[in-house]
Design a protein around this ligand. Structure first.
Ligand SMILES: [Zn+2]
Length: 289
């Protein structure tokens, strides 16, 4: 069975790409998980620390991030007045599965009984660094629910929130994409940051250390260097940041850029600039074309 992907040419070679970053909640965040006895719970992870202590950490689930990134592409504005999803006749759950669709070709698609496109972007990480349990707050009834309740007295509900300032190391991995295809992924990654979270408030930031964004971008055929992935067992934010900078070569590089055989790494501000360049090329080539 073939991948179903069109062959590319020498001018558009394929590479692997990885984005590594540490995100920081700028305010409380809600990630709908389940409801228990009128309480909306956020997603948490139960695990053991390195010395065997039980930990329960907030979780910025990779599947949720992936969904928000895909939605950013579907809702991106095209110069003809349409949104990209409408222009491509691509949406959720009915994805178009066209190998030329910038959304389906990278994020994958399923057209039941017809064709399947395997997603080439995967998402990882998301386990909070700090061991801070979510806080429950009383909320007034959602306006939509008040309408539906008609004469019944609206029931206030409780909602849990991830606390502000929590750090979430997250990673996006792209398999065998051309630069043009990766441009959609870079756009979706950056554009999704202000839109992360269910309901209001929304938004998360790339954390900084000494005014440098904790961000690394790799483009490669050979996976060189160490990967800046933070052990979920770490609970100290300073230790997590130091580990990210050590593994991501923040100190031992020449101008925030490393080039080895079949491998390039952009670090900190340069990584952000590179992702912004890719995003601009997506907007120019796909949205404003
Ligand atoms: Zn599509």
């Amino acid at each position: 069975m073939t991948t179903g992907l069109p062959k590319t040419d020498k001018k558009n070679p394929r590479f692997h790409f990885d984005i590594y970053t540490i995100l920081e909640g700028a305010q409380e965040l809600y990630f709908g998980h389940e409801t228990q006895v009128n309480v909306n719970l956020v997603e948490t992870i139960k695990m053991y620390g390195k010395d065997g202590q039980a930990l329960e950490k907030c979780y910025l689930s990779p599947t949720k991030r992936r969904g928000i990134e895909r939605r950013c592409l579907l809702w991106s504005p095209v110069s003809n007045g349409e949104l990209l999803g409408d222009k491509q006749k691509c949406g959720i759950p009915k994805t178009c599965a066209d190998p030329k669709c910038p959304i389906c070709s990278t994020y994958g698609a399923l057209d039941p009984g017809s064709k399947t496109l395997i997603g080439r972007v995967s998402h990882g990480g998301g386990v909070a660094v700090q061991d801070i349990y979510p806080i429950e707050k009383q909320r007034a009834m959602h306006p939509a629910m008040i309408v539906n309740q008609k004469e019944e007295t609206p029931q206030p509900y409780k909602r849990q929130y991830n606390q502000p300032g929590i750090l979430y190391p997250v990673y996006n991995h792209a398999l065998s994409l051309t630069d043009n295809e990766f441009a959609a992924v870079a756009y979706a990654f950056l554009d999704s940051l202000p839109r992360i979270g269910a309901g209001n408030p929304k938004g998360i930031a790339i954390a900084e250390s000494d005014e440098v964004p904790l961000l690394v971008l790799d483009r490669y055929l050979v996976p060189q260097k160490k990967r800046p992935i933070i052990s979920p067992a770490i609970v100290d934010p300073q230790a997590a940041i130091a580990e990210f900078k050590r593994l991501g070569n923040f100190e031992d590089n020449d101008g925030n850029y490393i080039q080895e055989n079949h491998f390039e790494r952009w670090i900190g501000n340069l990584a952000l600039t590179k992702l912004q360049e890719y995003s601009t090329s997506f907007v120019d080539a796909v949205l404003q074309a």
